[in-house]
Design a protein around this ligand. Sequence first.
Ligand code: ADP
Length: 166
Amino acid sequence: MPSIELYQGDITQLAVDAIVNAANNSLLGGGGVDGAIHRAAGPDLLVECRALKGCETGQAKITKGHRLKAKHVIHTVGPVWSGGSRNEDELLSLCYKNSLQLAAQNGLHSIAFPSISTGVYGFPVERAAPIAVREIRNFGESSLEKAIFVCFDSATMDVYRKILKL
Ligand code: ADP
């Protein structure tokens, strides 16, 4: 299992092997963290994303980091919250699992996650954060040494801090 760190700020500023993007099914950019990542990475990220032909909810795809400090971007598509009975928990777990797996397959050592689905997609952060933490803790031995949870706002940070007892 990779060690877990908590960081409050902008994920686009992190010099890690991979930052995870909370993307949408088109992989062609959007608002929130997705928009911020595309802006910081520059237009070649969109060119590379176009060739990927989208991504299913819960799945993940990897690109280069382009102008980012991060070497790679792992694009995953979180579930849109619609009350909790549409497989949202399982799909969110899959986002973390598949992103970790992709990082490990590429021999990466460090990865940073935003709080997937808890922005525009409306997944309650109190329910999402324990899922995120559980999936990192359940991830076995691999090249991954460090996983960073990046919280943009202090409310999200407080939830993670409580769960991680930091
Ligand atoms: P989703 O559509 O998956 O809900 P959002 O981008 O709307 O994705 O929000 C996911 C989380 O990412 C929210 O907590 C939001 O505050 C946060 N966020 C937005 N911009 C950034 C950024 N530059 N770095 C890290 N987190 C960010």
